[in-house]
Design a protein. Structure first.
Length: 157
């Protein structure tokens, strides 16, 4: 090998052992800002829509319709919006909705655990279907676990 080739290999070896903190910070900051922007595009519009609904009769109507079922799992009727958004859109939409409602720590805990079992149903069901898993079984298990956890936490908390 030529002398220049050997020098470039030794330089590359030395560079590989050196941690470039500036590039790491820049890369991490860019990644963090990109993630923040992606989440903001979901959470902020949901926050405004639910806030708007609070100032109309629609949220009260939705609350009254779902109140009997929601009371079984220890949640107010308006929490149905949070569960629907979390199950149909994603967990971040649910977070945006939670931020607009006045919920107790117990209610937020129940919602969080329920959505940990059954969030993003459309997207995750599509993924499960591609793997060959029986979609009906997966949906039944996830929704049953969510409901069971809501019932159990309502009793325990």
């Amino acid at each position: 090998m030529s002398e220049n080739c050997l020098k470039s290999q030794s330089i590359n070896k030395n560079d590989g052992n050196k941690w470039n903190y500036k590039q790491t910070i820049i890369k991490g900051t860019k990644s963090g800002l990109k993630t923040t922007w992606e989440l903001t595009k979901i959470i902020v519009p949901v926050y405004f829509v639910v806030t708007f609904l609070k100032h109309t009769f629609l949220l009260e109507f939705i609350s009254n319709v779902f109140k009997p079922f929601m009371n079984i799992i220890g949640l107010p009727g308006e929490a149905a919006i949070v569960l629907v958004l979390g199950n149909m859109v994603n967990i971040y939409a649910a977070i945006g909705a939670i931020a607009t409602l006045t919920l107790t720590p117990k209610e937020i805990t129940i919602i969080a655990v329920m959505l940990s079992f059954s969030h993003s149903l459309f997207m995750e069901t599509a993924v499960a279907k591609k793997t060959g898993i029986n979609v009906l079984i997966i949906l039944t298990i996830r929704l049953s676990l969510a409901l069971a956890s809501g019932l159990i936490l309502n009793i325990l908390l």
